[in-house]
Design a protein around this ligand. Structure first.
Ligand code: NAD
Length: 238
């Protein structure tokens, strides 16, 4: 492991055009469960499978049940950034990291100080009225009961990309551009199975791909460096 950390350090030292692409595994050390680990949300029992509850058609059909799951499992306002979030923010402030592309919706990169964050799947911190467009905070959603309503009576929806919904095209374009132009691409804490986000790897043109994940990934043969372990623990050694 020491050798791998040394290689990671020298690859980071040698570049001022690093892009990080991450997923739910980046926030598990902040106490937010991912989806596909053994302790993740997909391995717990609910009335409906989580991927069904957080789909567009389910939100339209049963917003009350959607919000019950959403408030209990998807929003974690007390979570604090961990060493991985802080290290990425530090690398950006030193002019080495150009962008964070994240599938997470938890705002922890911004809380750690990252400025250039492309949120592919939106954020629980933004919520809007589906009738008049007025925005509401995450606190408003958490303090309301049942289906949160706007002053105008419309249903409020989280600004989060649900299954069956398309990604924000501007965010997607900026993410693709950052990855295309990256010298070093670090991918961490993602199972790389949720498309179209997972397909972004194909836009990377360089030969310094680093994968940091707790478990093995099928894409490992493409990587210059693969480290299995907890990303917060690993990044804190850089
Ligand atoms: P995933 O649950 O499919 O995969 C997470 C991966 O991270 C797994 O391979 C796991 O082994 C690994 N992992 C877990 N903890 C880790 C750690 N400490 N260090 C390194 N690796 C670790 O997550 P995904 O690929 O991001 O896809 C799930 C979707 O769910 C995403 O679209 C995301 O929007 C959403 N989601 C977001 C959050 C969040 O915002 N924190 C939480 C759960 C799910």
């Amino acid at each position: 492991m020491k050798e791998k950390i040394d290689t990671l350090r020298s690859m980071i030292d040698g570049s001022d055009n690093i892009v990080f692409f991450g997923g739910a595994g980046v926030s598990t050390e902040s106490g937010i469960p991912d989806f596909r680990s053994t302790s993740g949300l997909y391995n717990q029992e609910y009335k409906y499978p989580p991927e069904e509850i957080i789909s567009h058609s389910f939100f339209m059909r049963d917003p009350e049940e959607f919000y019950r799951f959403y408030r209990n499992k998807m929003v974690c306002l007390d979570a604090k950034p961990n060493a991985a979030h802080f290290k990425l923010a530090e690398l950006e402030s030193k002019g080495k990291l150009r962008a964070v592309v994240t599938q997470n919706i938890d705002n922890l990169h911004q809380l750690a100080g990252s400025k250039c964050v492309h949120e592919l799947h939106g954020s629980v911190f933004r919520n809007y009225c589906t009738r008049c467009g007025k925005f509401y905070t995450a606190e408003y959603i958490m303090q309301s009961a049942g289906i949160p309503r706007c002053d105008c009576g419309g249903t409020i929806k989280p600004d989060v990309v649900l299954y069956e919904e398309v990604l924000d095209q501007l965010v997607l374009r900026k993410s693709i551009q950052a990855i295309q132009e990256a010298d070093v691409l670090i991918i961490g804490g993602t199972s790389l199975v949720v498309y179209p986000a997972a397909g972004l790897l194909q836009y990377y043109l360089g030969n310094k791909l680093i994968l940091i994940n707790k478990t093995e990934l099928p894409q490992e043969s493409r990587a210059a460096l693969v480290i299995h372990g907890k990303i917060g623990e690993i990044m804190s050694q850089i």
